[in-house]
Design a protein around this ligand. Structure first.
Ligand code: DGJ
Length: 713
């Protein structure tokens, strides 16, 4: 073909328009999801797409412009903005134009930063999107820079804003209260706003954990439907807003709750919002959960790929009523049980005000001499002698008014100077915004570890929301307190992490009052609920498993709902990070033998339960049974748990259809962990059979359970 001048010009034009396209569209992809932004002719940034990854990049060019990506307050938008800035000249409008973007590789994927700026004011906003390719997880946050001559104030500051346009939207939330955590509710969204938020401050998630599931079009099931699962990594007040507008478009905003939290940014300063983490699954909630589990273990949770210790905790065995003798016996019990660690809970500290109940002593972290005359050292020595690790409970952000700390440092306490104090669990919250308090809290951990190097683990509790909100330290910046509290906590946790990088810790907050992925950078596991009734736990573990892997969910066998029998109670706890909160002398020899066998079984099954893929097979919400299975990453082995809760008379029973197996492999399947210690006979089935026909695992018996182990032949 003769190359004419005309052709060269045409080719040049195509190249240029290609370049123009490349410049104006920003495509962020994981293996299965695409998120596309377009710079409009008006120079502003629009979200053109969030959905299944399209095979040809050129397809994205045909997308409609979409909605403005990070809506600002005060211009032509009529719905909830992502950002609202107050300025010294009383003009609180913001307009954000695209300036630049860059994408770089990061472990597991890419990080894209899109820079926006106001053409009139010198405010700048950077939108960050990390895309984890294999896990299909996005982590989004924004950063606001004040390049003005005067301070600006953030009135609203979402981490991210996402847009959807579909005929219907269904929101699933998980809410409850102390001992009634994560109860699932689903509703259709119509015009207007649905807000899930918390204003509790420290024990922020007591009524609702910071996560949700949003089904697009039809309600997602475990295995079908398009669903966005989102969570905010923030150990404080959060807010999710879902707003359907007049045209049926939905915007989703996630971020710090701006309630009573206007935040000043001084000239030259910046503010980084917390991570809004989300995954979009095209095949139901099960896949979304597995995406998050994989991502969390690999990239987020402290020691996410490491081992976890089984333990015996004294809390429900003794409550505050213990002495050295009792504890020495419990340490020996831990050894007998075969667990890795003994954990000493609340009640070991305070001398002027010994911690004999939750009414006093909190804040005075010296060992109660009358109770433990030979100190913690005697206990860690005994643990070492018995060959178990020693863990200790602390609640370092809190204080009882009846304590020496309160008497010495009332100025460190969040409390109103001119009002009667209101107490939640007889205690108050320390002012973590104050660097001196941060030093003190770090010192609690550091001091204990220095004095007692035998401590191998902490359970870090936090039993009170922030009440009587006033900080001596913040002065005129009282609206900074909720945010600075959390930042202060992170400062302390970072220092602990830097000095004791291998120290495992449990995140606890009066049960599940703290359950977020920022705290889990510093904690290896969390305590989901004080409700350890195994039937309740089936629902609680089901709820948290939507977002968190079994590895971070502590699950303890206790005496709650003894009717369920030891097998049922242990089997439920084996589906998380197994522990015991029980007096071994209150159970029979047979029950003890069962517990010991279960610890051994659990240790063998850890690669599937803690590090494998979880499949929720039968939901306790759907009837009188429940079943969950775990498969190792290589699909060579797995374990299925099946529970009959309260079956009806003559109820019809259906097979449990398994999942996640290699269809072409032959698995040897046998019942293990039977009440009498025996095992069932092994039978062989193909993966295809197990995932098509399934197994008759349910019975008509009340409160009964079975565990089946699968091994590829
Ligand atoms: C609340 C926790 O959730 C419990 O496990 C226990 O540690 C108590 N606090 C101790 O006060």
């Amino acid at each position: 073909m003769k190359i004419t001048r005309k052709l060269i010009l045409a080719f040049g034009f195509l190249l240029m328009s290609g370049m123009a396209w490349a410049k104006s569209q920003i495509v962020i992809e994981t293996a299965k999801t695409g998120l596309v932004f377009t710079v409009g002719d008006d120079g502003r940034l629009y979200q053109s797409y969030l959905g299944k990854r399209l095979p040809a990049k050129s397809d994205y060019a045909g997308l409609p412009l979409g909605k403005e990506a990070y809506q600002a307050h005060g211009m032509e938008d009529y719905f909830e903005p992502a950002i609202h800035i107050n300025r010294a000249d009383a003009n609180s409008s913001t307009l954000l134009e695209y300036r630049s973007h860059e994408t770089k590789a990061c472990p597991g994927g890419t990080e894209t930063v899109i820079r926006l700026a106001d053409p009139v004011y010198a405010d700048e906003v950077a939108l960050h999107f990390m895309a984890y390719a294999d896990e299909d997880v996005f982590v989004a946050w924004s950063e606001v820079f004040n390049r003005e001559k005067k301070a600006i104030e953030l009135e609203k500051y979402a981490s991210a804003m996402l847009h959807f346009y579909a005929p219907k939207y269904y929101l699933t939330q998980y809410d409850g209260d102390w001992a009634a955590e994560v109860r699932r509710h689903t509703q259709e969204l119509y015009f207007g706003k649905k807000v899930i938020d918390t204003k509790l401050g420290a024990r922020a998630d007591m009524f609702a954990p910071p996560f949700f599931q949003l089904s697009i079009g039809t309600p997602a099931t475990e295995k079908a439907g398009e669903v966005l699962v989102g969570t905010l990594a923030w150990t404080g007040n959060y807010r999710f807003t879902f707003e359907v507008d007049n045209l049926g478009a939905l915007r989703v905003l996630g971020g710090i709750n701006p309630y009573a939290s206007q935040y000043r940014i001084d000239k030259g300063g910046s503010f980084r919002t917390p991570d809004f983490i989300f995954t979009l699954s095209q095949c139901g909630t099960g896949q979304a959960s597995r995406n998050l589990h994989d991502w969390a273990r690999k990239y987020r949770v402290k020691d996410g790929t490491g081992n976890r210790m089984t333990l015996l905790n004294n809390w429900e065995a003794t409550y505050f009523d213990f002495n050295e003798d009792k504890l020495l016996k419990l340490i020996a019990d831990a050894k007998e049980l075969g667990v890795d660690m003994f954990l000493l809970d609340d009640g070991w500290f305070g001398n002027k005000y010994p911690r004999h109940s939750d009414t006093q002593g909190l804040g005075d972290w010296d060992v109660t001499a009358g109770k433990l005359p030979n100190g913690i050292g005697r206990l860690t020595d005994e643990a070492r002698r018995q060959g178990v690790k020693f863990g200790l409970w602390i609640e370092p952000e809190m204080v009882n008014p009846k304590s020496e700390l309160y008497e010495k440092h009332k100025d460190w306490v969040i409390t109103l100077p001119n009002r009667k104090e209101y107490y939640f669990r007889n205690q108050l919250v320390l002012d973590m915004s104050n660097p001196k308090v941060q030093d003190y809290v770090f010192g609690v951990v550091d001091g204990l570890l220095t004095r007692y190097p035998g401590i191998a683990y902490f359970k870090w509790d936090c039993n009170s929301p922030i009440t009587n909100i006033y900080s001596n330290y913040e002065g005129h910046d009282q609206t900074h307190l909720y945010v600075d509290y959390v930042c202060g906590l992170y400062n302390v946790l970072k220092r602990i992490e830097a000095k004791y990088p291998d120290l495992p810790m449990m995140l606890c907050s009066g049960g599940g009052g703290r359950t977020d992925y920022e705290a889990l950078k510093y904690f290896t596991e969390m305590w989901p609920s004080d409700n350890t009734d195994p039937v309740e736990r089936l629902f609680i573990q089901w709820g948290y498993s939507q977002v968190f892997p079994a590895k971070v969910q502590c699950a303890h066998v206790t005496s709650w709902n003894k009717d369920a029998g030891i097998k049922f109670r242990v089997n439920v706890a084996m589906m998380g990070k197994l522990g015991f909160d029980i007096n071994l002398h209150d159970i029979s020899a047979g029950e003890l033998a069962y517990c010991k066998q279960s610890v051994a079984d659990f240790n063998r099954l850890k690669p599937a339960i803690l590090d494998g893929d979880q499949y929720r097979l039968v939901s306790p919400y759907d009837g009188n049974h429940a079943s969950t299975m775990y498969v190792t990453k290589d699909r060579r082995s797995g374990v299925v748990f099946a529970f009959d809760i309260y079956p009806r008379y003559a109820e019809r029973l259906y097979n449990v259809v398994l999942d996640g197996l290699d269809a072409s492999a032959i698995y040897s399947v046998r019942e293990i962990n039977r009440a009498d210690g025996s095992q069932g006979e092994a039978r062989s089935y193909s993966g295809a059979y197990l995932m098509t026909v399934g197994l008759p695992l349910f019975t008509g018996n009340k409160l009964s359970s079975r565990v089946y182990e699968l091994t590829a032949e």
